[in-house]
Design a protein around this ligand. Structure first.
Ligand code: CU
Length: 158
């Protein structure tokens, strides 16, 4: 379908560019070597009630597909400054992405990897919900409502 409207060299360059970036764009089903798509499911999401103008977000992304994906960014109406952090030696470090292995999961939990909301536009209270959108390298964005829990909430201690 490409060859009819473009020169051969342009088509080759385009194919090479697609292969390099792993972008499947509109060529659905034609990249048979990828071993299927990531299949993502989000669970256990929450935000501890913020005590300052910043908040953390925690959740698990499960991938039941045969292809790995990456969490690349998070957006939310509650903050224009949302980043993803890992915790190393009790220090938070911003990262570009988190891996979501094929047939595995990405776990964001207190004391570890987390979503960081800075300069909150409002401080949500326990019982309210904060909507966020997760963006991935391959999969379509997923919208999640984070229930706001008590400030010390930690499901892992149960
Ligand atoms: Cu952080």
């Amino acid at each position: 379908m490409i060859r009819r409207t473009t020169t051969l060299s342009a088509a080759v360059a385009l194919a090479a560019a697609l292969a390099l970036t792993g972008c499947s764009s509109s060529s659905d089903g034609s990249d048979g070597a990828s071993g299927g798509k990531p299949k993502l499911e989000v669970s256990g999401a929450f935000m501890p009630q913020p005590v300052m103008d910043m908040a953390g977000g925690f959740l698990t992304v499960k991938n039941t597909g045969g292809t790995a994906d990456k969490l690349t960014s998070v957006t939310s109406p509650i903050s224009d400054d949302v980043t993803i952090h890992e915790t190393k030696n009790q220090k938070m470090l911003e990262v570009k992405s988190f891996d979501i292995p094929a047939n595995g999961e990405l776990k964001l939990s207190r004391g570890g990897n987390h979503i960081m909301f800075m300069e909150l536009k409002q401080r949500p209270k326990q019982g309210e919900k904060v909507s966020i959108e997760l963006h991935f390298e391959k999969s379509d964005p997923i919208k999640v409502d984070l229930p706001v829990e008590s400030a010390g909430h930690n499901p892992q201690q149960h």
